[in-house]
Write a protein that binds this ligand. Structure first.
Ligand code: ATP
Ligand code: MG
Length: 571
């Protein structure tokens, strides 16, 4: 009988196919070495998670290595704060770069040496046109570029000028070093790209050592080669840069400075997620304009933000696996991210009771001062997680929306003369309503059936349709709960010509004082629970104090956005 083939350890995708082929031809002797190369100029966001899971995931699955490399070639925008946070986020996602932590700035000497090499071999020149003039000379997609009058400077003059650029003799913007490739190339990236510019600025790692800095395209490919990267995976907008990537490395390999095989650039489609903005510039603007409470605001799609919101690393990895990797640009519905969290937490989060918008319920026929215990399972499908005891007494809180004085047909919760089961406790019947002067319901009165307690034989005989949660008023723990929702009301806030800030969801954060079951007083940092009927909640990383938890709603139990109605956002 034919043997069932083993299940693939991971889903195939076009990048894995390339790696499989390379391994079959022994291109790199079976070695797989990838890298994740952020620029330390902001916090990582959920889009970066796709790249992290892809690069580190390949290394993991092919028993290779993934390097953590900071692309830190722009001294004016980069900061140690960002480096630290990026490293924390990658670690938080569950990945480990081992000894492979690098900075492009580690290669500044080497990059400089190669630049002189390009000059000496007549393949680079110092251009003294202004930035504007260079732009005018560049041409367009349909028109060839024009050669700079400085293009044919003699090697000695180029070398002298470049060394003086390095020595700090010239102000910013007066000269650049350009590769001499082809001003008529149909690919604009090949029209003598600049590879060094003058920037009199301190660098977060090299301090004041340099006043010329290499540009991204030049730096990136050489960094890959110096680190013996095999597959250099980047997003689609770099497809047109690949000829330059290959040109630089081939030239250096031809002259014996680099060894073959050279790393191979492979492009994939970036993650676009609905109801979010992904550009660093916009994320910075949201923080600096105080539209959110900082980088780690639980509504931000930064990794520090989703972490604080309650997302688990497992849920993000699951999401990245589910969306897959392709070459076609597309939008992913944010519901998929939320679903990944629900699926993860549904399995592992213990259930607890919280009353978010309380209404007092008084059981007229229950003895004053009596407190009894009811048992509730910690997880409905996992008896091994045990049970806990909830105090029950005459005065309870229920959810305000679980009572309606004039209910529509099909409303099975409480209303005058209706019966419901108080989950894990008794069946009660509503016998009266107390109102304030404005006519608003302030409390309701019920009677209970003492024979109907859950878990007893009497309960079996007392089937009722409605089933609502409750807390005993005297013992309930009052706590701050933050109900977070999507930051934007529009699925594509930054498409369509309008300012994306016009689509900020005014209901994306609601802070309430809720009642929680008393055991939650001992909740620890980052404990996650399902509050029955409300969603998944996590203790806030910053504001939770011993004995005084603050909870964030990570996600509701179901997607309430299918109608895209912001008014329904806060329930
Ligand atoms: P910038 O506009 O500053 O270049 P960036 O988002 O490209 O922003 P990088 O720090 O250069 O930031 O990104 C690091 C890596 O993450 C790159 O390899 C980049 O391709 C990848 N990346 C960035 N955004 C996404 C995204 N939305 N989906 C997938 N990968 C992404
Ligand atoms: Mg980038």
């Amino acid at each position: 009988m034919a043997k069932t083939p083993n299940k693939l350890p991971f889903a195939p995708n076009f990048i894995r196919n390339i790696v499989d082929q390379d391994n079959a031809t022994r291109k790199w002797g079976g070695r797989v070495e990838t890298r994740f190369p952020p620029e330390p100029n902001g916090y990582l966001h959920i889009g970066h998670a796709k790249s992290i899971c892809l690069n580190f995931g390949l290394a993991r699955d092919y028993r290779g290595e993934c390097h953590m490399r900071f692309d830190d070639t722009n001294p004016t925008k980069e900061e140690q704060e960002y480096v630290d946070s990026i490293l924390d986020s990658v670690r938080w996602l569950g990945f480990d770069w081992g000894k492979h932590l690098y900075y492009a700035s580690d290669y500044f000497d080497k990059l400089y040496e190669f630049a002189e090499h390009f000059i000496k071999t007549g393949k680079a020149y110092v251009d003294s046109l202004s930035a504007d003039e260079i732009r005018q000379h560049r041409g367009t997609l349909t028109e060839a570029g024009k050669e700079s009058p400085y293009r044919n400077r003699p090697v000695e003059e180029n070398l002298d000028l470049f060394r003086r650029m390095k020595a700090g003799e010239f102000p910013d913007g007066t000269h650049v070093l350009r590769l001499k490739i082809d001003m008529a190339s149909p690919n604009i990236n090949m029209r003598d790209p600049a590879i060094y510019r003058i920037r009199h600025a301190d660098h977060h790692r090299t301090g004041g050592k340099w006043c010329i800095y290499p540009l991204y395209d030049y730096t990136h490919c050489i960094s890959d080669a110096l680190e013996n990267i095999t597959h250099s995976i980047c997003t689609l907008e770099f497809e047109d840069h690949r000829p330059l990537y290959d040109w630089v490395l081939n030239e250096l390999a031809n002259d014996g400075d680099l060894k073959r095989p050279l790393p191979q650039q492979i492009e994939f489609a970036r993650l676009n997620l609905t109801y979010t903005v992904m550009s660093k510039r916009k994320l910075i603007e949201l923080v600096e304009g105080k539209y959110v409470d900082g980088w780690d605001d639980p509504r931000m799609n930064t990794l520090v933000g989703v972490h604080r919101r309650g997302y688990t690393p497992e849920s993000i990895r699951l999401f990245c696996e589910r969306i897959g990797v392709s070459k076609a640009d597309s939008w992913i519905d944010i519901g998929m991210l939320e679903d990944a969290l629900r699926d993860d937490l549904n399995e592992r989060a213990e259930r607890r009771i919280a009353v978010l918008k309380p209404l007092k319920l008084i059981i007229d026929n229950y003895p004053d001062g009596k407190v009894e215990e009811c048992e509730a399972p910690n997880h409905p499908q996992k008896p091994e997680l045990g049970k806990r005891k909830l105090p029950f007494s005459k005065t309870l809180y229920i959810e305000h929306e679980d009572f309606m004085e004039n209910p529509p047909q099909g409303y099975f919760r409480l209303s005058p003369n209706a019966e419901v089961r108080l989950r894990y406790a008794y069946v009660v019947k509503c016998v009266g309503v107390e109102k304030n002067k404005q006519g608003e319901v302030e409390a309701i009165h019920c009677t209970y059936d003492a024979q109907s307690k859950s878990g007893t034989a009497g309960a079996e005989a007392r089937k009722v349709k409605g089933n609502i949660h409750w807390l005993s008023a005297a013992q309930a723990l009052r706590a701050e709960v933050r109900l977070y929702d999507r930051l934007f009301t529009h699925p594509h806030p930054d498409a369509g010509g309008k300012d994306y800030k016009e689509f900020l969801n005014p209901h994306s954060k609601e802070v309430i004082s809720a009642y929680l079951e008393p055991g939650l007083a001992s909740a620890k940092l980052e404990d996650r629970f399902q509050f029955e009927r409300h969603g998944y909640f996590v203790t806030d990383l910053k504001d939770t104090k011993p004995g005084k938890p603050v909870f964030n709603r990570a996600v509701t139990l179901r997607d309430s956005w299918t109608k895209h109605d912001p008014a329904r956002a806060v329930r």
